[in-house]
Design a protein around this ligand. Structure first.
Ligand SMILES: [Fe+2]
Ligand SMILES: [Zn+2]
Length: 341
């Protein structure tokens, strides 16, 4: 074949490419990467989330997740509107309290501001309730209160809009460290919230949910999962206190960690998608074998998760330390769920 023979088809190819890009620009939600998985939409709001991330053993799992988050952010030219820190923010000793150097090494430098120039909204995990030697939750609240940091935790429970400009979701961040039913601390615990705090938070949650919704979506975030296929299983107190409220107020998403894996659970007729991201750095957990497996997704893997949001659609993705998208789904304001990958 001569060069001339090639020319028309190359022009055709270019024309088709242009038509494709123009269509993609007009319909960014329909943009798909070469592997058929949905690419992030640059026009949406974005948040990355990690749970169970504050590893104190200086192993590579936390930093490999952090590197994957940065590489993913650069690959798709994402400008993040938030980080969600899903609890167990710091395992182990935390010397110095509010002045602990781990705020700098394990957070400020681990997830650098030039990549994640956004508020980092934290909820307390059970390890954040430990006194090592001071209660780590108190140190985190005090660190956030200083104001010259992205760490955002104005109270044990609080709400905010996501993103801050032109919000599409109302987010309720909760403290799930419930007192144990018999009033005693389970093995490994030094503190949990008091019964009085549990009641106060529940009343506050009811008041928040009763307010007219001013955004298309509503999201609840806490460390402990309501439902989980991991070893911690389903949480009896949260099922009693919160699950009926999630159902009644048609909360779109419940985000949690605590089990060290990545999950997405859907229940027939339930308006809430239960999404668990506990692979931020700590040792991984096996799936429980004795329960009937629920889905659509469980994976015992280190990684992070990505919330993409427009006023018409939430897109949730789980990613591993290689940046591979291992699960994705969308949710519309009316509650419809579509599994993408
Ligand atoms: Fe944990
Ligand atoms: Zn935990």
């Amino acid at each position: 074949m001569s060069i001339l023979d090639h020319s028309p088809s190359r022009r055709n190819f270019l024309r088709q490419s242009f038509v494709f890009s123009a269509a993609a620009a007009l319909h960014p939600l329909a943009s798909f990467a070469a592997n058929g998985k949905p690419s992030p939409n640059p026009h949406a709001a974005h948040a990355l989330m990690i749970g169970d991330w504050g590893d104190d053993r200086r192993l590579d799992s936390q930093s490999s997740v952090a590197r994957a988050m940065a590489a993913y952010t650069r690959q798709y030219h994402l400008k993040h509107d938030a980080l969600f820190l899903l609890g167990d923010n710091f395992y182990g000793e935390f010397p110095g309290g509010v002045n602990c150097p781990r705020f700098r090494t394990d957070f400020e430098e681990m997830y650098p501001k030039d990549v994640f120039d956004c508020p980092a909204y934290a909820v307390p995990g059970n390890h954040d309730y430990e006194a090592r030697p001071e209660i780590k939750l108190q140190s985190q609240l005090a660190y956030a209160a200083r104001g010259n940091t992205r760490w955002t935790e104005p109270a044990q429970w609080y709400s905010y809009k996501f993103p801050l400009q032109k919000p599409v979701a109302t987010v309720i961040a909760l403290d799930s460290n419930m007192p144990f039913p018999d009033g005693k601390l389970a093995h490994g615990y030094t503190h949990v919230m008091t019964e009085e705090q549990r009641q106060q938070q529940l009343e506050w949650l009811k008041t928040e949910l009763a307010k007219p919704l001013t955004t298309p979506f509503r999201i609840v975030i806490a460390h402990h999962p309501v439902f989980s296929n991991g070893p911690h299983g389903d949480h009896k107190v949260l099922i009693a206190d919160w699950e009926p409220l999630l159902r009644e107020h048609k909360v779109h998403l419940y985000l949690a960690g605590h089990d060290h894996d990545l999950q997405h659970l859907e229940f027939d007729g339930h308006p809430t998608s239960f999404f668990l991201s506990g692979g931020g750095g700590a040792d991984l957990y096996d799936e429980r074998n004795e329960v009937v497996k629920r889905g659509p997704f469980f994976n015992k893997v280190h990684g992070f998760s990505h919330l993409e949001a427009t006023d018409k659609l939430l897109t949730l993705r789980h990613l591993d330390t290689e940046g591979n998208m291992i699960h994705a789904f969308t949710k519309s304001p009316d509650g419809k769920v579509a599994i993408l990958a």
